[in-house]
Design a protein around this ligand. Structure first.
Ligand SMILES: [Zn+2]
Length: 186
């Protein structure tokens, strides 16, 4: 199966990082961060610094952090207590390795192992978890992806209308037609 370009649709760095496995529970499952080069490519797409390629060990850590983010914000969506102790070491390391830039934002110097790529993501996750915007975190109605619903009336349902939303509509249409055929209406 041809791999599509990963859509970046969550509206937040931490959730975009969580959403880097396409179709996680489905037949088209594809990890878009399967190699260090792919992690660098993703980082470039979301505007993170990409000076150095991460080692295999850091890629492994990146996958672990991604799992943590899915558990933490999955719990937020489900209304259960987020497992903060799982995220805390990543957030603590991000703060410990940071400096304050001229705009009073945390910033990080590149490290030769590429580990510096994880820190802005971990920091973004902590920021989101402790902000009012956390109440706008939702899970797509068609897949396990997470996003921040910034629609004025909180009505966003899909990670992206042109894939999940459309697929759901087509499925509904096909189901309705099958239903009509079964009941002899067509
Ligand atoms: Zn979706």
């Amino acid at each position: 199966m041809e791999t599509r370009e990963l859509p970046i649709v969550a509206g937040h760095l931490a959730l975009d990082f969580a959403n880097t496995v396409d179709d996680p529970l489905g037949p088209a499952r594809h990890d878009h961060l399967a190699t260090p080069a792919e992690l660098v490519r993703w980082a470039a797409r979301v505007g993170l610094p990409v000076e150095l390629e991460p080692t295999g060990a850091v890629l492994h850590e990146a996958h672990a952090l991604r799992d943590v983010l899915n558990r933490v914000f999955g719990a937020v969506v489900d209304g259960t207590p987020p497992p903060w102790p799982e995220l805390r070491p990543y957030a603590a390391e991000a703060v410990a390795r940071s400096h304050l830039d001229e705009a009073h934002q945390l910033a990080w110097e590149p490290t030769t192992d590429g580990r510096f790529l994880l820190w802005p993501v971990a920091q973004a996750a902590q920021d989101l978890l402790t902000s009012a915007e956390v109440h706008r975190v939702k899970r797509c109605a068609g897949c396990p992806w997470l996003f921040v619903d910034r629609s004025r009336n909180g009505s966003r349902r899909w990670c992206a209308m042109n894939d999940c939303g459309t697929h759901a509509k087509i499925r509904k249409y096909v189901d309705r037609r099958a239903e009509r055929r079964r009941s002899g209406l067509t």
